[in-house]
Structure formats: C-alpha cells, structure tokens
Design a protein around this ligand. Structure first.
Ligand code: FMN
Length: 221
C-alpha cells in the first residue's frame, strides 16, 4: 500500500515536472530501479499461459535525452522479450506518423491527450484469439499511455486475456495507468509490469536485458 502511494506521488511529481517544463523533458528521474506497480499476488503462474504476443508502440527519431535514434527505446525492449520467450511481435502503428522532432511531437501528443483522441492505427492483431498473454509495451507520454495505445486496447476483444505491461520513459517508473488496463481492454487481467529508463536501452542494452530477464523470471518465465 505504502509502495502504491509512493509510486502515485512520484508519478504526480513527474507529471508536474513535465508540465512545468513545457515541452522540455522532466528534470528529475525516479529513484526506484524496478518500481513495478501492479500487484501479482493473485496472478496465475506463467505455466498456464499459452501463446504469447508482444505488442508495442514506439517512436524513432529525435527523442528525450537520446537525440535521434533509429530504433525506439520500447521497441528495443519489445524485441528482447520476444526473443527471450519466442513470442510473436506486433507493432502498433498510427496511420499518421508522429513528428520526428521531439518538441513538435510533445505538442501533438499533448493535444491528443487533451482532446482524448483515438488516433487511427494501420492494423489490429489479426489472430488475437490465438494468444492468451499479451506483453504490452509503450513509452510514457505525458504521464499516460500514448493515445494510440487506447485505440489498440479499446478496439479488440481482450476478454479473459492476460496483459503484462512494460514501458520506457525518462525514469524507471510506471504511472499506475496500467492498473486501468482491465477497464480499457475490457475483461483483461493485468500482471506486474516494469518501467525501464529509455536512455539505457540505447546506451546499455545489456543492463536492460538483465532487468528484463529478472522481471520475466519473477513472472515465472
Ligand atoms: C510526447 C512525449 C511525451 C513524453 N512524456 C514523458 C513523461 O510524461 N514522463 C517521462 O518520464 N518521459 C516522457 N517522455 C519520454 C519518453 O517516455 C521516453 O523517451 C521513452 O523512452 C520513449 O520511448 P520510445 O523510443 O519507445 O518512443 C515523453 C516523450 C515524448 C516524445
């Protein structure tokens, strides 16, 4: 409970900092190394899971702290998980690309968030019924999911499916929004997620891989 309150307070602080800096990135980072926020006490063992999908949204181009990157931070993590588990990959791709310029992108993302937009995506998972477990990856945008992630979650049938969130950001935190996944992707079950520092994906992928492996082991994989 204390952990939850702490994470909520830190998320709020991050949001305030991000907002206070306008389009500038947050001034501070989260202290916790692995501040996953979702309880997993009642989670089913991984052995009961069937086919696994790793679905993610990620944006290359000019990014916070990293400069121009060829492969998005979240995509790097998604590929690690997919490779480790032998899982299929699905990239959530908006019809309209987000601007490659970081500041312009933050403005577009803010406007989408304020209008509660549901940007259209190019495709959905054709054979979603084949998967029991979906790892869901996204960057934190303005202390929330990018709005395309809402589009993805709201427009497919996730009833009874297990969703395991992972995110990248300026820090190593999650926002607690992931706890709302069962209401957004109606009838789904959410398991313990992980927050990874985006910059580390580019600069020290081996360290990220270690964290991912430890987290997956904790989930029973
Ligand atoms: C539009 C936008 C909004 C962002 N908002 C936040 C934020 O609220 N908190 C944070 O810690 N980082 C924020 N960031 C930084 C990204 O979460 C971080 O760079 C992430 O690793 C990007 O992942 P990607 O390369 O997979 O897109 C934001 C970045 C962008 C482009």
């Amino acid at each position: 409970m204390l952990k939850k309150i702490l994470v909520m307070a830190l998320s709020l602080l991050m949001m305030v900092l991000f907002t206070a800096c306008g389009q500038n990135p947050p001034a501070t980072e989260k202290p916790a190394e692995n501040p996953a926020t979702t309880e997993n006490a009642e989670n089913p063992p991984a052995e009961s899971s069937g086919k696994i999908l790793v679905a993610f949204f990620s944006r290359a181009g000019d990014n916070y702290e990293t400069g121009v990157i060829e492969k998005g931070n979240t995509k790097i993590v998604a590929e690690m998980i997919s490779e480790k588990l032998g899982a299929d990959l699905f990239e959530i791709t908006p019809i309209n690309d987000y601007p490659a310029d970081y500041r312009t992108c933050t403005e577009v993302a803010k406007a989408e968030q304020e209008s509660n937009a549901r940007p259209e995506i190019i495709s959905y998972v054709e054979n979603l019924q084949d998967y029991d477990t979906i790892f869901l990856g996204y960057p934190i945008w303005w202390s929330d999911f990018p709005m395309v992630v809402y589009t993805f979650l709201e427009n497919q049938d996730f009833n009874g499916k297990t969703i395991i969130p992972f995110c990248t950001s300026a820090g190593t935190y999650m926002t607690n929004k992931e706890n709302q996944i069962p209401e957004i992707a109606k009838g789904s079950i959410v398991r313990e997620g992980i927050g990874i520092k985006g910059k580390e994906c580019q600069e020290n992928p081996n360290a990220v891989l270690e964290k991912i492996n430890a987290w997956l082991a904790g989930l029973g994989y």
